[in-house]
Write a new protein. Structure first.
Length: 287
């Protein structure tokens, strides 16, 4: 089975594309994510108004031709803020998952390959982190480190490190006794070479799936922390702090919270659909 997984990573690109397009959910997720990323990249060009500009004469206006998604309590255009907020929320999610990917994959590779006390110590540390609910652990880290973009990225990255560590460790254990690894060891390859040249490329399928699923969780975490006032700080727009500000006006101006919430839901759904599709595509047991 592990050998089948290793062969799966070397399938021709055209065969990958055909299998991907035959999947019912993965292309939908990819389209949603591509649209969100394109929006974030082109945000300065796409915004119809300055997202920071306050207009007292346009406070809490409903959706209209002038303001497609309405305005907030300061007269700021909600569509413009959602577009700029996409850049902030996606940037935090991508960087925090990059932190978790780097830390977790390193820990998982070393733990699975070296075993013994290294495995025991590393996995007990991951178990300790896993014992705390993700959002509570992130809140605790932010409370100690303080509110800043850097601390937000590190907090979310640390929270999701154990997931990458477990996935990397399990994948490493499944391939480390295969012939090509033992051949490299017999030829005198050091630990670093075996890990980087032989093991890492053959566990990337599992890591890629975890990246996609973790991005959705990172967006939810950033939104939750910003909603609680521990994440992105106003007036910089993020979907989480827009949701927090909008909840105060749910009765008279529900669009303040509904549209940022819909943006979060769509992007999280997109990453989950893509992750599920990639799992079905890359896992030989599910084909």
């Amino acid at each position: 089975m592990a050998e089948a997984g290793a062969r799966a990573t070397r399938l021709p690109a055209q065969q990958w594309a055909r299998r991907f397009l035959r999947n019912r959910v993965a292309p939908v997720g990819l389209v949603v994510i591509a649209a969100a990323v394109a929006t974030a990249v082109a945000a300065p060009v796409l915004v119809p108004y300055d997202p920071m500009a306050m207009r007292t004469q346009a406070m809490l206006q409903g959706p209209s031709r002038a303001h497609v998604l309405g305005t907030d309590q300061f007269g700021r255009d909600i569509l413009s803020r959602i577009i700029i907020g996409a850049r902030v929320s996606l940037l935090v999610a991508v960087l925090s998952v990059a932190v978790a990917l780097a830390l977790g994959t390193t820990v998982g590779l070393l733990s699975g390959y070296l075993g013994r006390w290294v495995d025991g110590l590393a996995m007990r540390l991951m178990d300790i982190l896993f014992a705390f609910p993700a959002i509570l652990l992130a809140i605790a880290i932010m409370a100690v480190a303080g509110t800043s973009m850097r601390n937000l990225i590190l907090a979310i990255g640390i929270v999701y490190t154990p997931q990458f560590a477990r996935v990397a460790r399990a994948a490493t254990l499944s391939v480390k006794h295969l012939e090509f690894v033992e051949a490299a060891q017999a030829l005198g390859a050091g630990t670093g070479r075996v890990l980087g040249r032989h093991l890492l490329p053959n566990i990337m399928a599992a890591i890629i799936v975890q990246v996609s699923l973790s991005l959705s969780l990172a967006i939810l975490s950033e939104s939750a922390l910003s909603f609680l006032g521990l994440g992105t700080q106003p007036p910089t727009p993020s979907w989480g702090n827009m949701l927090s500000e909008g909840r105060q006006f749910m009765e008279i101006a529900p669009w303040n919270a509904v549209f940022p919430g819909a943006a979060i839901m769509l992007v999280v759904l997109g990453f989950n659909l893509l992750g599920d599709g990639l799992r079905d595509l890359l896992d030989p047991r599910l084909r």
